[in-house]
Ligand binder design. Structure first.
Ligand SMILES: [Mn+2]
Length: 349
């Protein structure tokens, strides 16, 4: 599943043709591993994590010029600003866009954009972008990076068994991606990535350099001078994260089927929190709200929840949302939270 042979061949050709590709990737472990697999297999280009939400902003085009890129690859990001595409058109720089989110987005059909998404294939499939990039890269030594990216997006890939044979000490026997994510050593690498990406650009660039070179997963787990800042950031965020998780858990133990957990501060970890809460409370609908200024970033997790979420925001002015069937991200102004909560509660009954 994933891409067809034809799609894989085409993407490889673009990568081979390019001299100096620039990889924009979603700021999470799936995005990161997608980049690493392509970068390590083809040996060229730079990677830039996308921190604008919900779309890849036009401001990122500056990077294309700064680095004199001749190809743009967009990985694991469902939305791209029209202005970004217009800039690429103006300078005649082709875009290869690889994604697995289900989304209606007309601008991807511009001449210059080669859009690849297996949810649109005849044999529809929704594997993480890392899975797709592993098909393209086809570098077996990097199987562990492929596992890291896939389990981060709650997908246990068909090659997990091969991985367990090679790295028995890093894996557990399970059919559940989140069991692997939360309870194994390879899962620890995924958790390190997720938090370490939430660091200053300098430290993230440092981490990318390390990860492009690294040979074995053990080098990631062992702290040394090459990965010191990565481990430091992981520990920092993990501490704060555990406090919030315990608080949210107490909250959820008491309540009904749909529960809201709201927090603020200077660090958004809603997606990580909602994932772990949905792992611990699989029958519940998890809504984690991060409030920053007048805006709220919301992560929703629940069985087939997307439709209800998108319906709930239909009448909310300025609200945007998208994602997967069981995992959706939403952004809205805080004064609309009450309305959203009420209508989701109604629809999720
Ligand atoms: Mn993804």
């Amino acid at each position: 599943m994933g891409f067809t042979e034809k799609q894989i061949k085409e993407i490889r050709e673009y990568l081979e043709q390019s001299h100096n590709p620039l990889f924009f990737f979603d700021n999470d472990a799936d995005g990161l591993c997608s980049f690493l697999l392509l970068r390590r297999a083809f040996g060229k280009g730079k990677g830039v994590p996308i921190r604008s939400f919900p779309e890849l902003n036009a401001s990122y085009f500056r990077k294309v010029q700064e680095l004199k890129a001749d190809y743009i690859f967009i990985l694991d990001k469902p939305l791209v600003a029209d202005e970004f595409l217009k800039e690429a058109e103006k300078y005649n720089i082709p875009i290869v866009w690889i994604d697995h989110h289900e989304i209606q987005n007309a601008n991807r059909f511009s001449e210059l954009v080669k859009y690849y998404n297996p949810t649109l294939n005849e044999q529809k499939s929704t594997e993480p972008t890392t899975f797709l990039c592993y098909q393209v890269a086809n570098k077996k030594e990097d199987i562990w990076f492929a596992v890291v990216g896939c389990i981060s997006d709650r997908h246990l890939p068909d090659f997990y068994e091969d991985f367990t044979k090679k790295y028995a000490d890093l894996s557990i026997e399970s059919k559940n991606a989140f069991d692997v994510y939360y309870t194994s050593q390879i899962g620890k690498i995924a958790r390190i990535f997720s938090f370490a990406l939430k660091d200053s650009i300098t430290n993230v660039v440092n981490m990318l350099k390390f990860l492009v070179q690294v040979k074995m997963p053990y080098e990631i787990l062992e702290e040394d001078k090459r990965n010191y800042t990565m481990h430091k950031r992981f520990r920092q965020i993990h501490g704060r994260y555990m406090k919030l998780l315990i608080k949210a858990e107490d909250h959820y133990k008491k309540g009904g089927k749909l529960l809201f957990f709201q927090y603020g501060g200077d660090l958004s970890i809603s997606s990580d929190l909602s994932n772990e809460l949905s792992y611990r409370f699989p029958k519940k609908i998890i809504v984690v709200v991060y409030v920053t200024g007048i805006k709220a970033n919301i992560s929703v997790r629940g069985e087939k929840i997307r439709e209800a979420v998108l319906k709930s925001i239909e009448d909310i002015d300025g609200a945007t949302g998208g994602g997967h069937e069981n995992a959706v991200g939403v952004q809205m102004r805080i004064e609309n939270l009450g309305k959203f909560r009420k209508s989701l509660k109604e629809l999720a009954k």
